[in-house]
Design a protein around this ligand. Structure first.
Ligand code: PDD
Length: 287
């Protein structure tokens, strides 16, 4: 049974209740995180918490907990859910809270709603090009808003793009802006490899500052054996890339072997993916 946390209380997930006047429900007015734990060990817990605190500040929701208090709450929730499995994701969500009326302006004197629950996630993929799951993408113009760096619970733009990928028989949608530059996936960041050099779009308001993206960049730089650039990347470059990867807390580094029905590179998982995934796997618990 999944035990959830809601505003200071623990209860079975299916018994958790919020008001329909909660601004998260009415306006998508909130911030969320998804944090992976493997064998009880978190990946990027503090960076996830910092991103959540920054997101709350960006939309002026008062953060009622310190980073250490968040850490205790989330580690404790994972411990309470150990019977769900070895590998768990934690979803944590803070909305602006419940008002007495539906009114767009930020209400005063409203306490944020804090909700968290755990769910089972897949075992990590093998660090083996011949065994790992492969992904297929379609490309589509990024029609979301100008604040994609905020991890908002208002995900309709992402959901519509994800569905475009899903309903066309693909795993994800690769998004590009009006200039033809890649931004990210509908629920992940993106990397390409050309002639042995890894590249990923620069961090700005068009993409989420992915924690997996950060861990990959930092661990690859620390290792020093691979070349990595943060720069603008055109969709055309992605079409001609040797490798494409999509990255997120639930997918880690997932190799893409098909884009818009065409093979990526030679259509097989690349060598650089294997080297990068080995480096990431060796250091992911250090973040
Ligand atoms: N998605 N970009 C978008 C739009 C995302 O929704 C996500 C994560 C990422 C990757 O971020 P991170 O590496 O911090 O997980 C990039 C989560 C997992 C989700 O919504 O379920």
């Amino acid at each position: 049974m999944s035990i959830s946390y809601l505003n200071g209380d623990y209860m079975p997930l299916e018994e958790a209740r919020i008001s329909p006047l909660d601004r998260g429900f009415l306006f998508g007015d909130g911030i969320y995180e998804v944090i992976p734990y493997y064998g009880g060990k978190s990946v990027g817990l503090m960076p996830h918490i910092e991103r959540m605190i920054n997101g709350l500040a960006a939309i002026e929701i008062k953060s009622t907990k310190t980073a250490d208090e968040w850490k205790t709450l989330l580690d404790d929730l994972v411990a309470r859910n150990s019977d769900l499995g070895d590998n768990l994701g934690v979803y944590v969500h803070v909305s602006r809270g419940t008002d007495v009326k539906r009114y767009h302006a930020y209400p005063e004197n409203v306490e944020p709603t804090i909700f968290a629950f755990c769910f089972k996630i897949k075992d990590p993929e093998p660090v083996d090009r011949t065994q790992v799951s492969q992904y297929s993408l379609i490309s589509t113009e990024d029609l979301r808003w100008q604040r994609c760096h905020i991890k908002s619970t208002a995900l309709l733009g992402n959901v519509i793009h994800f569905q475009e990928g899903y309903s066309s028989g693909n795993d994800e949608a690769l998004l590009y802006n009006a200039k033809g530059d890649l931004t990210e996936g509908s629920s992940c960041n993106v990397f390409i490899v050309k002639d042995g050099v890894i590249a990923t779009p620069i961090q700005d308001n068009q993409i989420l500052p992915g924690i997996t993206r950060r861990i990959i960049i930092d661990s690859i730089k620390a290792d020093g054996s691979l070349k990595l650039e943060e720069r603008n990347i055109t969709l055309e470059e992605a079409r001609n890339a040797d490798e494409i990867w999509i990255t997120s807390s639930s997918k880690e580094i997932a190799p893409v072997t098909k884009l818009d029905g065409q093979p990526v590179g030679d259509g097989k998982v690349g060598e650089i993916w294997e080297q990068a995934f080995r480096i990431y796997t060796a250091s992911k618990f250090d973040f």
